[in-house]
Design a protein around this ligand. Structure first.
Ligand code: NDP
Length: 345
């Protein structure tokens, strides 16, 4: 059993990772930006808290030099899972709110592990398909992305473009952070090994605290906004993964010898937001009618010329991930949304 540091423990993806880690018997220390952000998780995982299998540590500014030193010194960690990074578009300064926390948060934790936590054998960084995809190529029919592909963004251009395209700022933050992580490993040759995971759109039942439905995490809002009749489908990324599969990938990557210093695209494959609409109309016809959900073009998922795909064979071969079908994700996610609504969220 390992002792694991999980950064950003209160996030959507991290909360699901947390459940998996505890189910497997690991001991977890989760970092949060303030003590109050741990309250919900302390209640959710009360048995683990009571038996000292789960603790929390406050790291209020991940960009501060040595931000993770104190928590890393306090325990004998075997592995670090670094998920914390901004994923939001309502920002006013790309550099300060997206690029710096993503890049410095990632390099900062690697430096700290290198300096003060020699017991750590593996660091897993939650990167993104954002660091793989070339957005300038659009739908790029026929293209199959692999781990050899990199988003060709640069720090300078992203800063110059600034708020003209906040989406590009987010994509750049993930790309530059992952590149900085690999540069760190090349330069420092640390005693731990690195694994980066590159998930595309991540959907699935939210385990994290949801104070109100409008405050759902960014990716799940893509589904809820349709379910609630608040928005038309948002197109942009054509590949996806279930959050539970991504959590499993983190746990597997933590231990798999073969994953040392490897990068993985983790995805079930292609999807279209039209699938959300069709599923809702099929399984929730009364709600869909009451909410006035636009049917758009049932069954028409992709543009006629097609869209890019992803080669996930490396993740299947090395990590043994079995990807969840989209219908199962939608069944469980919409059920959770209904439960949250019933709780008055
Ligand atoms: P959430 O917004 O639910 O969680 C993000 C976590 O990062 C929270 O704990 C949040 O803390 C923390 N965080 C955000 N900004 C900062 C900051 N400036 N300083 C310190 N901590 C910060 O997002 P997800 O769970 O969806 O995302 C987790 C990771 O997965 C991110 O790295 C994201 O880029 C990546 N990812 C997500 C995808 C998706 O579709 N959801 C797709 C691909 C990658 P707080 O609550 O205090 O803000």
């Amino acid at each position: 059993m390992s002792t694991v540091l999980l950064t950003g423990a209160n996030g959507f993806i991290a909360a699901t990772i947390l459940r998996k880690l505890l189910e497997r018997g690991h001991t977890v220390v989760g970092t949060v930006r303030s003590e109050s952000k741990a309250t919900f998780l302390r209640e959710q995982f009360k048995a683990a808290v009571d038996s000292d299998k789960l603790k929390f540590a406050v790291v209020d500014d991940i960009t501060a030099p040595g931000a993770f030193d104190e928590v890393l010194r306090a325990y004998q960690f075997d592995a670090v899972l670094h998920t914390s990074s901004p994923f939001r578009y309502n920002i006013t300064d790309i550099d300060e709110e997206l690029l710096q926390p993503a890049i410095q948060g990632t390099t900062g934790i690697l430096h700290s592990v290198h300096r003060v936590a020699p017991s750590v054998k593996r660091v897993v960084v939650t990167s993104s398909f954002a660091s793989v995809v070339n957005r300038t190529k659009g739908t790029w029919p026929g293209k199959v992305y692999t781990e050899a592909d990199w988003n060709p963004v640069s720090y300078t251009t992203t800063r110059e473009e600034g708020l003209k395209d906040v989406g590009s700022g987010y994509y750049a933050s993930k790309t530059l952070a992952e590149q900085a992580a690999w540069d760190f490993v090349k330069e420092k040759n640390p005693s731990f090994t690195l694994t980066t995971l590159c998930p595309p759109m991540v959907y699935g039942p939210p385990e994290q605290e949801v104070p109100s439905m409008v405050k759902l995490n960014v990716s799940n809002l893509d589904i809820y906004d349709i379910f609630n009749g608040a928005s038309d489908p948002r197109y942009g990324v054509w590949v996806w993964i279930d959050v539970r599969d991504l959590a499993e990938a983190h746990v597997l990557a933590m231990d798999a010898a073969v994953a040392a210093n490897q990068r993985y695209i983790v995805s079930q494959g292609n999807f279209s937001p039209q699938m959300f609409v069709d599923y809702i109309w099929k399984h929730y016809p009364e709600r869909a009618a009451a909410k006035g959900i636009n049917k758009h073009t049932p069954g028409k998922y992709y543009p006629d010329e097609g869209v890019y795909g992803v080669d996930t064979s490396k993740s299947v071969k090395d990590l043994g991930i079995k990807y969840t079908p989209i219908e199962d994700m939608l069944r469980d996610t919409l059920k959770r949304f209904e439960d949250l609504e019933a709780e008055g969220k």
